[in-house]
Design a protein around this ligand. Structure first.
Ligand SMILES: [Mn+2]
Length: 325
């Protein structure tokens, strides 16, 4: 089976080798893959003797990433910027995704490493390594590591594994092709000392009972539409935990006849909408989310619509899915 990974452009590797200081930044409102890609990239760069700065706008809402907040800065200081650092942008499909901290970096030379299916490449020719078939950005970071001849140590392998595990829902979303290309890399992470069950427990244990009850309440109030092909869920503003969605999607995507699940979360700025589609549904929710100004992957995507009510968001979404289901 052919590898899902095209080679990384030499111009990217050269830019990294040449740089003496590097800023690493991922998307705002980060998830595990964004942060662990950043952390792994930083370790690779440090192994090469680079001075590094890790940036992320936050907020660090999810239980599984809260503890990482102190490792990231919200803004680049001018003394670091005066060194004309290279910027490595990970897990971002559009220039607005890195958020506020990116403003000060816009004029610097940059490299993009990403796996989103929609978006606009925002680096110079040959400076993007974008592979939508890759299940996580950390897999692409591992390829860059290999190309740069940086050995794998346990800590880096742990970061790379965590990003892969979260973005694949612990292997649920892997196709045969993706697995054939990725699992040999996972084997190298475990050979470096990474324990899959310890990381699974670390990422799932210790949840609050109130959050689990909120998840149950969202599921209890979920609404099947289009003959059950689409299920719409509502996360009220009082349910703050960003991690509730994982349990909601995991349960409802198992429903008979369902093709997609949409979770509408009430936020101060408007409605944050999460989209998930079944592996075999043929529905590309990344494209649907892009139509609402968001983006993502074929099977997992999101968008935020400002200034509308839950009811309005619900109608827009049903109308859009009616066209394709
Ligand atoms: Mn990702």
């Amino acid at each position: 089976m052919a590898s899902i990974f095209p080679p990384c452009d030499d111009r990217i590797l050269e830019a990294i080798k040449k740089a003496s200081s590097v800023v690493v930044i991922a998307h705002r409102n980060p998830d595990g893959d964004a942060l662990y890609s950043s952390l792994a990239m930083e370790r690779i760069l440090q192994h090469l003797g680079k001075e590094t700065l890790l940036l992320n706008e936050g907020p660090f809402l999810r239980d599984d990433i809260k503890h990482l907040e102190s490792r990231f800065r919200k803004e680049a200081d001018d003394s670091f910027l005066s060194k004309n650092p290279l910027v490595v942008v990970v897990d971002c499909s559009t220039p607005d995704r890195p958020g506020e901290p990116f403003r000060k970096l816009e004029n610097l030379k940059r490299v993009i490493i990403d796996h989103h299916s929609s978006g606009t490449p925002f680096a110079d020719e040959g400076m993007s390594y974008i592979v939508p078939a890759s299940p996580s950005t950390t897999m692409l970071v591992d390829i860059v590591r290999e190309e740069l001849d940086v050995p794998l140590d346990k800590e880096t392998a742990g970061f790379l594994y965590r990003g892969f595990a979260t973005d694949t829902g612990f292997y649920h979303f892997l196709s045969a092709e993706a697995a054939a290309s990725c699992l040999p890399r996972v084997a190298s992470f475990t050979a470096a000392g990474v324990s899959p069950y310890e990381i699974y427990d670390e990422m799932h244990d210790g949840r609050k009972l109130s959050d689990i009850k909120d998840t149950a309440s969202i599921i209890l109030n979920s609404e099947p539409v289009l003959n059950g092909a689409l299920i719409i869920c509502h996360q009220e503003a009082t349910m703050m935990n960003a991690r509730l969605s994982d349990g909601v999607y995991a349960s409802l995507l198992e429903t008979e006849g369902v093709k997609a699940v949409v979770l509408i979360k009430e936020r101060e700025c408007g409605m944050e909408i999460g989209f998930r589609s079944k592996n075999n549904s043929g529905i590309d929710v990344g494209k649907i989310a892009a139509g609402f100004g968001g983006g993502g992957h074929a099977k997992a995507a999101g968008a935020t619509i400002q200034g509308i009510t839950f009811e309005e968001a619900r109608s827009l979404i049903i109308a859009r899915f009616e066209e394709i289901i």
